[in-house]
Design a protein around this ligand. Sequence first.
Ligand code: SF4
Length: 375
Amino acid sequence: MAGIYIHIPFCRQKCHYCNFYSLASLKYADFFIEALLQEIALRKAYLSDEEIHTIYLGGGTPSLLSADSLNRIADVIHAHYLVHPDAEITLEANPDDISKDYLHQLRHTFINRLSIGIQSFFDEDLVYLHRVHTASQAHQAIQLAKKAGFDKLTIDLIYGIPGLTDEKWEANIAAFLDMDIHHLSAYALTVEPHTALAHLISKGTMQAVDEQQSANQFELLMQRMEAAGFIHYEISNFARPGHYSRHNSLYWTAGNYLGLGPSAHSFNGYSRQWNVSNLKQYIEQIGQVESITEKEILTIEQRYDEYVMTSLRTSWGCDLEHIQNAFGTTYSDYCSKQAEKYIQSGHLTKLQNRYFLTFKGKLFADGIASELFMV
Ligand code: SF4
């Protein structure tokens, strides 16, 4: 089982917190599509004819693409790859792009799942984040998507936004639960270096992010979602049974995937590749794929670290038997030894030779994983 990720490098405007590669202009959109179609064909060998079970159009803002462009992308993918008839095909969409007409057109493309970037149902949070949409557009987009028959639907929310009180965060969770959607991704607002948000906070123009507020709101989220019957299947993801994101699950279970488009990453078990984060270079040099791609062969230590980091964040846990089989006894012994103090402190629990983060441990997921790392 393998996947394809396609990075669409355009947005209407840059959100202040965003560090994904995208340009706030559609000037080169047509050239990009032509280059992307070439790249799809040129890189077909990367997945060695593995069947594709998930395709994810992310970005950037893929909902800026017309149905016609999506159909052209689908045609070229189907011409070069074996796509499972029941493949999950997700489009990230921003609420301001979603209209009845656009959804109707999408229903006639290969897209069968929508991921809508809601972030908050409060206008003041959307202003802080510099999102282009409003709270009322957020509500409307979800209703329209459901009406159009997109039953595979997920939304993103962000917590830890300055001004987002715990009451407002609870209201956002309640709004999600009222909508009867089966999947939620929720992220803590992080201030990435070199973003507009980092700059504005350092100038004192924007209020800084409070980590304790984020931690409290993450706890609230876990409590509310669990009470509502959702499975916390990855640290930032909640789903009802049978509604896990196939694409994200592929990343978390070390499946192979091919990333297409500027800045997209690929992984095939032993190496990681990433495309240049520069649209002009991508378009101009697409004919020589090597010149737009960098590659890193992962060492056994890196592969072990990667496994620990991703598996520990999931409800499947970090499997000692897998570590022993894939990396050897030195690694499984090391992992057990490092994990012991977190078992004692109640941050980890061990069941059937697998480590799982406890409720308390989930608040420190990255720190605990890094203590189990080899490198
Ligand atoms: S819409 Fe998404 S990709 Fe575009 S700037 Fe905002 S967060 Fe970044």
